[in-house]
Design a protein around this ligand. Structure first.
Ligand SMILES: *Cc1c(COP(=O)(O)O)cnc(C)c1O
Length: 797
């Protein structure tokens, strides 16, 4: 059968398909259909058009016996899918027309879709971008994760303070997924290991069912589609009838309650590790189901288990799925008669591990007694992996040490490849967290600098710039982003720069309207939109930004008639619910906003806005409208960043430190188009050895001293002197993240930004040079590099 030519769909056929779904799938008459009904019908009609390429892709993979990539990730931060799918199928105009013919506004329907937030931030969004690129490149792949009933919490501000409520993306039917009730695996926990005839048997105490839900992920132009398979936990025994008949109605539901908690909620801790037993169970739950599933598929194709590594590449997105190593070893020994050495060797050939953080508090480790209680067999296998590692290398680095099972060391030792996510980060991985293991395995650590999908993060979210680029350099760049370099030839063309500035203005007006509707705030769209959007964390230094804002406010008040550059400071981001200092920073930003925005002397020059509940959909509105990108983390702490890439690509020059991928962004867009400040990673490390560095830096900076004095005097807290004593104490006494040391240079660099911004032509050229230089940061480039250097996987074309 010939592949469906997706371009052949017309508005009329799509309209009929939508109507058919409204009637037959939703059961509604058009005259009574709600927005939800229309959204479901449109989504189902679009999903239909993905099914044919999806089947064709699966068929080709089977027929060609192509190697498959399995991307295991605890998080997938997918966002909405309607626009993503229409863009990838190249049917946006047709969808708009079809909905209009039905009397519906396509864009209203689009924003009615819940934002699927099965992740916290960058790590989960990376997994989603990778799925897009794998499909676009036609590399056979599965994403494996958890189908959380509740995604990341919703953030609200009450009196400027963050509060959280449960998110309910599955409260309504999820249009994109296919339930696979026949694809289930028993996942075991607890119990004990017995020995019999030299064989170990695991006698588990608890069992839950992992049940599959598949979402097709279609690539550019609908040429290929892969599967995102998410696991839901269900009870093995639905209902304990015996308890019920005894009159124990609560006990009768116990199996169900126990099972469902496993896929109930996403852990909202972004970087700190959480030692909860439930989290360990979640990790083992989805990893075990995924490994069993890929083995079943492999064997069903008639392959020999000895050839597993030639057909299967498994990538671990951080250590959360690191138990995949021992699980695969276990299954090879118990079900396929491997000996331990061969099983470890095979697991190693299949596994790659991506490290995402150097923060010591974020490196997962489990108390050994807890680990041995939940996974007794894996505990022993890990000891055997460790023994072989110790004797083969002579290294003294252990996986189990001081009563902890260290998942980073496990992942490193059991994988054939370990990668960092930016050039700087990968070097620091070699020098710091894994310095000793790097000596034992000197060729294991690679670098794979992160990337972003240009389909969602430019083509879809920024139609104004999309059209200008296509008019200027022709089409084809969305799947070959390095072509953006061709924009360089136009950087001195006044007509192009005017059109570029006009596109930016269009996006700023769109954001202003969005904020007006949502929060009833009015923005001056001629002001510079200065944007910092990301999780709230001390290392990302939102507090550096808000302290600089206060200093600027002071200076405008001191000299209100000077030639100031009007600015709107835009913040977005959530703090982990238990991260007290991050929540304090949120409150400070909101308090400062309340004060500054009401100051008649300055309010036309400086405004602070912080819309609540930052997520992918909000990012899609904010990023195209940004003029300045704040990437101001303490050098050496941000592994890569991907927000930095999205903003620069959309024509927002960076003010930033030499951290993560900022280093490579600066090299690609040109040093003259990047506002650099701050200590380097090496200088930062050096600085921390100086006794009392922060107090000295504060005392040496009249500007910063004044700001901290104002906060302490209650200027932003109605005279409450203590509201921010945690932040102040931290800055004076510890300041591990070196806010005090970078403050003056940051302030000075911001004034340079002000001056350049007043020169419209120069600024626009700089912004356009950012777009032109960012082609290398397409996730397509990243995935090609993983495929070549780690997976040995090929595109099927
Ligand atoms: C890209 C993205 C992130 C990552 O941002 P960083 O600035 O790299 O930390 C986090 N959250 C959302 C919603 C994103 O789209």
């Amino acid at each position: 059968m010939k592949d469906q030519d997706i371009t052949l769909v017309t508005a009329e056929t799509l309209r009929n398909e939508i109507l058919r779904h409204l009637k037959l799938s939703i059961g509604k008459d058009p005259s009574h259909a709600s927005l939800y009904d229309w959204r479901m019908s449109l989504s189902l009609a679009l999903r239909d058009r993905v099914v044919e390429p999806w089947f064709a892709s699966t068929r080709k993979t089977y027929e060609g016996k192509h190697k498959r990539v399995y991307y295991l990730s605890m998080e997938f931060l997918i966002g909405r899918l309607i626009e993503d799918v229409t863009i990838n199928l190249d049917v946006e105009e047709i969808a708009v027309q079809a909905m209009a013919d039905l009397g519906q506004d396509y864009y209203k329907v689009v924003v009615d879709e819940p934002d699927a937030a099965l992740g916290n931030g960058g790590l989960g969004r990376l997994a989603a971008c990778f799925m897009d690129s794998l499909a676009t490149l036609a590399i056979p792949a599965y994403g494996y994760g958890i189908r959380y009933e509740h995604g990341l919490f919703e953030q609200h501000f009450e009196g400027g303070q963050q509060t959280e409520s449960a998110e309910g993306w599955l409260a309504q039917r999820h249009a994109w997924e296919f339930e696979r009730p026949e694809v289930t695996y028993n996942i075991h926990f607890g119990g004990y290991v017995s020995e019999e005839n030299g064989k170990s048997n695991w006698n588990p105490a608890e069992t839950v069912l992992a049940s599959a839900y598949d979402t097709p992920i279609v690539g550019w132009k609908g040429q290929w589609a892969n599967t995102l398979r998410l696991w839901a936990a269900k009870p093995v025994k639905l209902f304990d009838l015996e308890s019920f008949n005894r009159g124990d109605y609560i006990g009768a539901n116990a199996p169900e309650r126990l099972a469902r908690t496993i896929s109930r909620v996403l852990y909202p801790d972004d970087t700190t590790q959480d030692g909860k037993e439930l989290r360990l169970k979640q990790e083992y739950f989805f990893t075990s189901a995924s490994i069993k599933d890929l083995l079943r598929r492999f064997l069903a194709e008639g392959n020999k288990i000895e050839d597993l590594h030639e057909h299967v590449a498994i990538q671990l997105n951080d250590t959360h799925p690191a138990i995949a190593g021992p699980e695969l070893v276990r299954l090879l020994i118990d079900k396929h008669d491997f000996n331990i050495d061969d099983a470890i060797e095979m697991a190693r050939k299949c596994l790659g591990y991506t490290n995402h953080t150097l923060l010591p508090e974020a490196l997962e480790r489990w108390p050994e007694d807890l680990f041995a209680r939940i996974l007794p067999r894996h505990h022993r296998i890990i000891q055997m992996i460790q023994d072989r590692h110790l004797s083969a290398t002579g290294s003294d680095i252990r996986i189990i040490e001081h009563g902890n099972v260290k998942m980073g060391e496990l992942a490193f030792i059991i994988a054939h490849s370990v990668n960092g996510v930016s050039a700087l980060h990968s070097e620091l991985v070699k020098e710091t967290v894994f310095a000793d293991l790097h000596k034992a395995y000197p060729s294991r650590i690679l670098n794979q600098t992160n990337g972003i999908t240009p389909r969602r993060w430019l083509y879809s979210c920024n139609p104004a710039l999309r059209n200008l680029i296509t008019d200027t350099i022709g089409s084809g760049w969305a799947a070959d982003l390095e072509r953006l370099q061709n924009l360089n030839a136009h950087l001195d063309d006044t007509g192009f720069l005017q059109a570029y500035a006009a596109a930016k203005t269009t996006n700023k007006v769109r954001l202003a309207k969005w904020l007006k509707d949502r929060n009833d705030v009015t923005l001056d769209t001629s002001a510079m939109f200065d944007v910092q959007i990301k999780r709230i964390h001390e290392y990302k230094r939102q507090h550096l930004n808000i302290l600089e804002t206060i200093a600027l406010w002071n200076e405008i008040r001191d000299n209100p008639t000077a030639n100031w550059t009007p600015r709107v400071k835009i913040f977005g981001g959530k703090a982990a619910p238990g991260y007290v200092l991050a929540k304090s920073i949120i409150r400070l930003i909101n308090d400062v906003a309340a004060t500054i925005n009401n100051d008649p002397v300055t309010k036309h020059l400086l405004q602070v806005v912080y819309p609540e509940n930052y997520n992918v959909s909000m990012a899609e509105v904010l990023i195209p409208a940004s003029d300045l990108s704040e990437q101001i983390s303490t050098a050496g702490k941000e592994a890569s960043g991907t927000g930095n890439m999205k903003l620069s690509l959309n024509g927002s020059p960076t003010i930033g430190t030499l951290d993560g991928a900022n280093v490579e962004i600066r090299d690609h867009v040109g040093h003259e188009n990047f506002f650099l400040f701050g200590l380097t990673a090496a200088e930062a490390q050096e600085k921390r050895t100086e006794h009392g560095y922060s107090r000295r830096a504060i005392e040496a900076s009249p500007r910063l001293s004044r700001v901290l004095g104002q906060i302490g005097a209650g200027v932003f807290s109605n005279g409450d002197h203590h509201r921010y004593s945690d932040i102040l104490h931290n800055l004076y006494e510890h300041d591990y993240f070196l806010v005090s040391c970078d403050f003056d240079e940051y302030f000075a660099k911001q004034r340079e930004v002000d001056a350049v911004y007043l020169d419209v032509n120069r600024w626009t050229r700089m912004a356009a040079a950012n777009t032109a230089g960012m082609g290398w940061f397409s996730a397509d480039r990243t995935i090609r590099s993983y495929a070549d250097q780690i997976w040995d996987a090929k595109s099927v074309t």
